[in-house]
Design a protein around this ligand. Sequence first.
Ligand SMILES: [Zn+2]
Length: 290
Amino acid sequence: MIQKFKRKFIPAWLGILAVVAIFVWLAVFAKAQSNFLEVNFFDIGQGKAIFIESPDGNQILIDGGPDNSVLEKLSEKMPFFDRSIDILILTHSDSDHLNGLIEVLKRYEIGRIVQTDAKDPSAAFQIWQNLIKEKNIPVLFALGGQKIKIGEGFLIEILYPNRSLAQETLKNTNAGSIVARLIYGQNSFLFTGDSEEATESYLLGTGAKIDSDILDVSHHGSKNSSSQEFIDAISPEIAVIQTGVKNRYGHPHQEALDRLKEARIFRTDLCGDILILSDGGEYQIEASCP
Ligand SMILES: [Zn+2]
C-alpha cells in the first residue's frame, strides 16, 4: 500500500522539482542577463516614468506616468516572479507623475519611497499617502545633499529641494520637484521631474555639480524649463524628452528644443520607449526613432 502510494506520487514530485529548477534557472538568467545599468524612459503618453535597473538587480522607478500603462511597461522589463521594486521616487505630486505610481504601490512590494514633504490636497495624493501608511513603507524626504547608495558604484544624489516644503503651500507644484543626479562609474544622468527656471537658477547659483552625459529634460520640454545657462552647465550629450503624441500643451516647445541643439534629442512621442545602457564607461541607446 505504502509502496503504491509512493509510486503514484513520484511523477508529481519530479514535476515540482522540474518547475523549481526552471524557476531557479530563470532567476539566475534574469539576474545575469545584463552587465549594464539600464535606464528605461517609458513611452507613457503625456507624463514621466523612468525605470532603472542596476547590473546587480537593484530597481528604481522614478514617477509612474498618468495611468496604469506603467504596469504593462514594467511587466515587459521584469520577470513575472519579480514582484518587488527597491525604490519609488515621486518627483512631485502632479497626476502625470503620481497616478501610475499608485498602481505600482498597490501591486508591488516596495522597499523605500523617496519624495518631498510637500503637502497636496488632491484625492490621488491622499490615496498615495494612505497606501504608504497601510503598507508601512519607509519614506525618505528628499533634501539636497542626500546620497542614496544603491549597489556597487551606483549612486543617486539629491540636488533639490533645498529645504523642507511641509510648511509651504506651493501654488506651482513643479517648483517643489525633486532634481537628482545618478552616477554610475564614468556616466551620469540628471533627472529633473518638472522643475522650472527658479530651481535651475538656484542650482546654478550654488555651483552644484550638474554636468551630465544624459539629461532627462524637465517638464516634457516646456519652454519654462531648460534655460540656456542650465543646459550649458549640464552640457548633455543626450537629451531625453518624455511627452505624449500631439499633447494639448504643445510639448516639447520649440524654444526648449532650440536651447538643446547641442545635444542629441530623443523623444518618446517620436521614438516610443528609449533605453540607455551603461557599463560605467560607455553607454549606448536603444530606440526606434524616425
Ligand atoms: Zn509632468
